[in-house]
Design a binder for this molecule. Sequence first.
Ligand code: SF4
Length: 230
Amino acid sequence: MNLFDEGCKLAWKRIYIDKDRGIGNAYAEFGTIVHEIIKDYLQEKLLFFELPDIFLERFNKMQFLIPFGKGEMYKQAGLRYFRECNILPGFELLENEEEGRFLIGEHLHRGFADYVGTKYNDLYVIDFKTSKKYEGKDLGKKLRQLYFYSIPVREKYGKFPDILRFDFVRVGEEIEVPFNINKLQETKRWALKVINDIENETKFRPNNSNKFFCDHLCNHRMTCKYRSII
Ligand code: SF4
């Protein structure tokens, strides 16, 4: 939804209407490696002493090169995280990447929360991030994802989460935000507005104003004729 609302409508159309997923990118690939290792660890398929080597093995086989010569920095950050293996100490896991279904208006959506768990008596919804730490308005937008996850969490556990949390793997920091019912309503209103905009959209114009996105993130960056106009 963010891609349609604030990013490039053409890129959104190619993925969700044309069903052409294009190609991945280095940041997404790095994120997938980290998430899969965390998942296997939480599900006790990997032991803590195996994590650094598994990470290194998968990092060295990455298909995409991390841009701007930052590959070594990413590698060291991943190694540091998995060597310390300090994944959510004191938390009790309830679920990890389980599918949650929820309605926005008449539209059924699916989400996969990285981690739902408790600490003391608080219920948490947590997402692991390999990006830099969110700040300012960016944080508010990123929290929409956790507010969506909180809808199936309530159906399953009988209450909304107490805390929404991002764990920033590369920087070793986290952000915790108390759940706010008004923010959930705001998020739902935003989603309904975007769905309405999508239903009324006919032109799906390209938006190449974000050069970094066009050059490094967009799934269709290798074939898009609008990218070079920037
Ligand atoms: S390369 Fe840029 S303009 Fe082209 S589809 Fe992707 S985001 Fe849109």
